[in-house]
Every structure is written in structure tokens, then in C-alpha cells.
Design a protein around this ligand. Structure first.
Ligand SMILES: NC(=O)c1ccc[n+]([C@@H]2O[C@H](COP(=O)([O-])OP(=O)(O)OC[C@H]3O[C@@H](n4cnc5c(N)ncnc54)[C@H](OP(=O)(O)O)[C@@H]3O)[C@@H](O)[C@H]2O)c1
Length: 282
């Protein structure tokens, strides 16, 4: 799996372009799924405090024979903890749950512009502390819209290394992606196969048939060729292995264009709109 490319981040660090996502994996099943992923060659795991499974991620990484430096681990600040002191406590909680002394990337999970008097800037400045003291090698955001990124640019010192956003063939989220490209912010694509919704699309199945690859491999390869960072989730070992086998085939330019053409704009969004999302877990 040395063939998974790395993407350079704006702070000098690098991130493996392909990882393994653990959203909606039962906490009790997470260590086993992550172990399967590490055995299959994944070296990048995307978790979050909100997923309640950081512990299983840490357990699997520690139980593996890999050195800590060989696995890139991302976690995220939960929505109830945007106040600076809460964010500091939550970050310590993340490190404790993972059983690690640092993460490779720590993100603000959602901007929550309708909560906290619209102040995500003081939250971001708190993440800057974690980067400065080395406990987060890189820091970034998730679900930030262009106006949120502009505000950080105007009011903060550190430019986010990444913005993790919903992005798949039915929702290219192009305005946010292009803003990132123009400002040195790497875009990570969440729900890269739209939780399976794009896999029956005739454009995708036709390309898959011609290349003798699965629809999921075609869509993930499309992300890779567009320069995106992806971490598909699966609890199914055969799919976990299938989703990492992306580096011995290529889509033609016409295939990439045809999949680009599936974009449905805002109506292709499957998750919440970040401008309005205000969920705080109890
Ligand atoms: N920052 C955010 O707000 C945010 C939001 C959502 C997701 N994320 C991150 O992005 C990661 C991926 O997104 P996601 O989990 O929403 O969705 P996804 O990766 O697009 O899709 C996962 C779903 O597709 C199925 N699947 C996986 N591989 C398949 C294959 N080869 N063939 C057929 N079906 C397949 C899985 O089923 P089985 O598991 O049953 O195999 C699961 O139901 C998450 O795990 C999380 O790390 C972040």
C-alpha cells in the first residue's frame, strides 16, 4: 500500500490521500474494523468525539505492529464544546480516549454559526494552541462554508490545513472546494460514495463494467484523480479491502468528466446544511 499518495498540507505536513472513516461504526465493533483496515493497508483513520468510538480506534492502532508515526489519525471537536475552556477539556478527552499523546489532525466538526453568538473564531484560536504545543500536528475545520473560511482568514493567525466537507458525484460542493484550492486549504470529501447512493448510477455502473472494477472503486478513484482526500467507511471486510485497491487502474479523462456531470448542486446534498446545522449531542 505504499502506493497511496500523500498530499502536502499548508503547514508542511503530509496526509495520506486515502483513509478509513469510522462514522456510524458501533463503538464495540470499531477496534475490529480498524484492525481489518490497517491489515488491508490503510494508514489514515478519520474519527470524531461525536462518533463515540475514538477508544476503539486507539485500541486498534496500539494493538497493531505499526509505529505511531506510520498512522495518520484525525479527530474532531464535538459541537457542545466550542467555548475555549470546554474545547481544551474536550481535546484532552480525545487524547485520553485514543490513548495517544498527539493527533495528526484535529478539526472543528461543525461551524454552528447559529450557536455561540456565531463565534467559531475563539474556538479556532483554541485549536491554534493545540498546534503550538504539538499535541495536534495539524489543525483544520469541517463543514465550513466560504463565508466562514473568509472570517477565519480575516481574524485568525493560522489558515486551516484542511476543510472536511460533504463531496461526492451528486454534490460537488464546488464553491467551497475551489475556495480551498485558491487559499491553500486541502479539501477532504466526506460521504465519498454518498453512503452508497451513487453506486447504482448508470454512468458509474457503465464505467465500472468497462474497467471490470466495482462502482465504489470507480467513484473513489474519481476522487483520487481529482486530487481529493477520501476515507470511505465500511464494516464489511471485503469492501474494506476493495476500497483501498484503487492504485492499479485509472479512469480516462472522459470518465472523470462524465462523473463530474452527475452534480445536482444543492439538491444533491445528503447531509445537513452547515449554515443551519445546530445539533448538540446531549
Ligand atoms: N465531518 C463530517 O461532518 C462528516 C460527516 C459524515 C462523514 N464523515 C466522515 O466521512 C467518512 C465516510 O463517510 P460516510 O461514512 O458517511 O459514508 P460513505 O463512506 O460514503 O459510505 C459508507 C456506506 O457505504 C457502504 N459501502 C462502503 N464501501 C462499499 C462498497 N465497496 N460497496 C458497497 N457499499 C459500500 C457502507 O456499508 P457497510 O459499512 O455496511 O459495508 C456504508 O453503508 C465517515 O466515516 C466519517 O469519517 C464526516
Amino acid at each position: 500500500m505504499s502506493s497511496v499518495p500523500s498530499i502536502a498540507l499548508n503547514d508542511g505536513n503530509t496526509i495520506p490521500q486515502l483513509g478509513f472513516g469510522v462514522f456510524q461504526i458501533d463503538p464495540d465493533e470499531t477496534a475490529e474494523a480498524v484492525t481489518t483496515a490497517l491489515d488491508a493497508g490503510y494508514r489514515h483513520i478519520d474519527t470524531a468525539e461525536m462518533y463515540r468510538n475514538e477508544q476503539g480506534v486507539g485500541e486498534a492502532v496500539r494493538a497493531s505492529s505499526l509505529s505511531r508515526d506510520d498512522v495518520f489519525i484525525t479527530s474532531k471537536l464535538n459541537n457542545g464544546f466550542h467555548e475555549p475552556d470546554e474545547a481544551r477539556r474536550a481535546f484532552e478527552g480525545t487524547l485520553t480516549a485514543l490513548g495517544l499523546d498527539r493527533v495528526d489532525l484535529f478539526l472543528i466538526h461543525w461551524p454552528l454559526p447559529t450557536l455561540y453568538d456565531g463565534d467559531f473564531v475563539s474556538t479556532w484560536k483554541t485549536l491554534e494552541e493545540f498546534k503550538a504545543d504539538g499535541r495536534a500536528r495539524s489543525i483544520g475545520v469541517s463543514n465550513f462554508q466560504v463565508e466562514h473560511l473568509r472570517r477565519l482568514e480575516a481574524e485568525a493567525d493560522v489558515v486551516p490545513a484542511v476543510n472536511q466537507i460533504e463531496l461526492h458525484p451528486y454534490f460537488l460542493n464546488e464553491e467551497v472546494r475551489v475556495y480551498g484550492e485558491d487559499h491553500g486549504i486541502a479539501t477532504e470529501a466526506w460521504s465519498p460514495i454518498a453512503q452508497g447512493a451513487v453506486l447504482d448510477d448508470p454512468v458509474v455502473t457503465r464505467i465500472a463494467g468497462r474497467l471490470d472494477r466495482s462502482p465504489a472503486q470507480v467513484v473513489l478513484r474519481w476522487h483520487i484523480q481529482r486530487g481529493g482526500i477520501v476515507f470511505p467507511k465500511s464494516v464489511t471486510p471485503v469492501r474494506i479491502r476493495e476500497n483501498v485497491a484503487l492504485f492499479d487502474f485509472e479512469l480516462e479523462a472522459g470518465d472523470v468528466d462524465a462523473i463530474d456531470g452527475l452534480d445536482q448542486g444543492e439538491s444533491g446534498r445528503t447531509g445537513p446544511n452547515p449554515d443551519r446545522f445546530a445539533y448538540v449531542p446531549s
